[in-house]
Design a protein around this ligand. Structure first.
Ligand code: SAM
Ligand code: SF4
Length: 454
């Protein structure tokens, strides 16, 4: 009988994609996914430790699953950044934990599970893999029921921003050979995928250390040529490394969606320096101007941190000023949380918790209004929507995304899934749009492309 695996994921897209890869890997080892932890033979908690909240969740999840270990002997594991960071200390802290598996060790998972089954031993595997084998393609074993898919193109980071744990838990930048990436995208397209999101902590660094000479914009050109693929997205790029070639890709590549996620973190030059970000507010704004000149319809989203050590009221006002100047389509904002082992964790000029919370609320209120206004700007316009499935809003509705990554719900049946529909936007809400379909089934046409970019 096939065993069942239940995975709980916390944190970033990188972690979500790792979970997807783990499922694919375990399907090959005769495990079936279950959404019910109670019936699982193996429970894996896959967490990120970039911020404090996801890290806390791992401990509370472990607490919840303790009784399953006692009642059913369920094998319990922790994967991801928290596992990488804590290593065997986690096995000491949590006596009923069977497995700790780091960010580079995913391909070893089936083997480790077998080891636990045979010997009953608890295992910990958190070594880094300098050869990059952990990044190799893991294709689905069963037909993919999805229109969009992530594809990892690189992992790790060489930037060492003073607040960030990523270089310590994901290692240095490692890129995958372009041929492997292209083959993976082609296979996914064969399985029905229409949109790929190329994933990396710093995609602009793509190509470093590879035998072939290739940059990220060149990779985009190659992916753009894949037949049957409708759309390309990528995340995340670092503002300092955003090249002119990449900016120009928005005017040249018809499949590249008009959206960029470009985290700025702070609008204050003093804070940006202390964060070790390598750009100023002015140079960030210049890059946004360049992007908007080349691609006027581009949607821009970003990440911001409030309450970084030393942030004074005037620094925070610079952040608000930047938000109002750019008018982001959406913003992911966080209170700074010190991460053990990073440089900023040693900084002494901490901002009080209630000041951080106050600033976060002010910033989010301003952004909420801007996001709604940006959504309202699309009212009455016609958008190309890639239909993904049934909408949560009702049985008569389907849901999909515009090229600018906004969610649109409209009346339609499931035969539209995987197709591009032409949808008139009738109403804007804070987190989605409502529309009515005008037509469907067209491929991304050059005319549509030209009119979007002008
Ligand atoms: N590589 C991306 C970049 O350079 O912008 C960011 C990737 S990071 C995994 C995702 C986001 O988490 C960051 O953009 C930042 O806003 C947030 N973040 C990272 N460390 C943080 C910390 N210590 N406290 C609060 N937010 C943090
Ligand atoms: Fe972290 Fe900075 Fe690297 Fe982004 S660029 S992953 S924030 S160290």
């Amino acid at each position: 009988m096939r065993k069942r695996v239940y995975i709980e994921t916390y944190g970033c897209q990188m972690n979500e994609h790792d979970t997807e890869r783990i499922f694919r890997l375990l399907e090959g080892s005769h495990y079936l996914e279950t959404r019910n932890a109670q019936e699982a033979d193996f429970i894996l908690i896959n967490t990120c430790s970039v911020r404090e909240k996801p890290e806390h969740k791992v401990y509370s999840a472990l607490g919840r699953f303790k009784c399953l270990k006692e009642k059913r002997g369920t094998v319990i594991g922790v994967a991801g950044c928290v596992a990488q960071q804590e290593g065997s200390r986690l096995l000491v802290k949590i006596p009923y934990l069977d497995m700790v598996i780091g960010t580079h060790a995913i391909p070893l998972l089936p083997q480790l599970l077998q080891e636990i089954e045979v010997s009953g031993k608890r295992v910990c595997e958190v070594g880094f893999d300098p050869g990059g084998n952990y990044l190799k393609t893991i294709l689905p074993q069963v037909p993919l029921d999805q229109v969009r898919s992530y594809v990892t193109i690189m992992q790790g980071c060489d930037h060492f921003c003073s607040f960030c744990i990523v270089p310590y838990v994901r290692g240095r930048e490692q890129s995958r050979p372009s041929r492997e990436i292209i083959e993976e995208v082609e296979r996914l397209v064969d399985m029905g995928v229409k949109e790929v999101c190329l994933l990396g902590q710093n995609v602009n660094g793509y190509g470093k250390g590879l035998k072939e000479e290739i940059h990220f914009s060149e990779l985009l050109h190659r992916v753009d040529e894949i037949d049957g693929l409708d759309r390309i997205r990528f995340t995340t790029s670092h503002p300092r490394d955003l090249s002119e070639e990449l900016i120009h890709a928005y005017s040249k590549l018809s499949k590249l969606c008009e959206h960029i996620h470009l985290p700025f973190q702070s609008g204050s030059d003093n804070i940006l320096r202390a964060m070790h970000r390598g750009y100023t507010k002015e140079s960030y704004l210049e890059k946004i101007d360049r992007l908007k000149k080349v691609c006027p319809s581009i949607a821009v989203t970003a990440d911001a941190i409030v309450g970084f050590p030393g942030e004074e009221e005037r620094d925070f006002e610079e952040t608000l000023d930047l938000i109002q100047k750019v008018r982001f389509d959406d913003l992911f904002s966080f209170k700074y949380s010190p991460r053990k082992g990073t440089r900023a964790a040693q900084f002494t000029d901490k901002v009080e918790e209630k000041v951080k919370q106050g600033r976060l609320s002010v910033l989010q209120e301003i952004q909420r209004e801007i996001t709604l206004q940006k959504n309202q700007e699309s009212e009455c316009g016609v958008e190309e929507v890639l239909v993904e499935g049934r909408s949560k809003q009702g049985d008569q509705d389907v849901t999909g995304r515009t090229r600018s990554n906004k969610i649109v719900n409209f009346e339609g049946d499931l035969s539209l899934v995987g197709k591009l529909a032409s949808v008139r936007i009738t109403k804007a809400y804070p987190h989605s749009l409502r529309g009515e379909m005008l037509g469907s089934g067209f491929a991304s046409s050059p005319q549509y492309f030209l009119c979007r970019r002008s």
